[in-house]
Design a protein. Sequence first.
Length: 292
Amino acid sequence: MSARLHDPAHTARSSTARTSALLLDRLRERPPLVQCITNTVVTNFTANALLATGAAPAMVDIVGEAGAFARVANALLVNLGTPNPEQRDATREAVSAARDAGTPWVLDPVAIGALPLRTALAHELVAFGPAVIRGNASEIMALAGVGAGGRGVDAADGVEAAAGAAALLAERFGSVVAVSGPVDLVTDGVRTARLANGDALLTRVTGGGCALGAVIAAFVAAGDDVFDSTVAANLVYTVAAELAAEDASGPGSFAPRFLDALAAVDAVALVERARVTGSVDDLVDATAGARA
């Protein structure tokens, strides 16, 4: 047997890719209904990303409907990119209903820190216990109370600088926290994964990060373990970005290729391309599992 098969990092990487492929197949076989309360800049791209992945989007974000729909949806995304007054109230309604109904939901605290209204709203909403909190490093640090936020929607901090804040949020609210960057970090406070897949063109398309929050919600609805589902969503999304970038000449050609790649990505691509590492405990567990 080759030395590679005894390599704990290779074992963890292969296991993650296989788990992600199984979750992707499950999502496509039974498309989850994902309610999106998201910002006006990215609505179309987010809906198309969900459709391409295999999920069913529903952009239900008005008072009087948001809560009722959250009770029947399979998952909910709350994105604070353009929090107008009605959407803020609809978000409160939806999150409360989701908690009561057991609907898993994802919080994307876009651009919090320097901007007071959305910052206060993010702190109010996170107390309802989102299944997943997804953001860039500066947003995650601001939500944890250890940073002032970034430059608008752009991070001013590195992913590793937010690792402690991510673990703090995970412990405090019982959430999985996903920090996006050149190397994504996902943690539930005990398990941690780092994913080095992706392409810089994803950051040059409007909605590249916001749509990921919706895809995470879809995977959480399809899976049984929120951590595994969040890792899978990140892996599928970033591998699709790599596939799309191979034939793209710039952001204009990348966007439609990315949607095509989300629809086409499969187990072979995930296993071949996954660049995932875990914490020391994760690698020990993976090695023990491989030897059992």
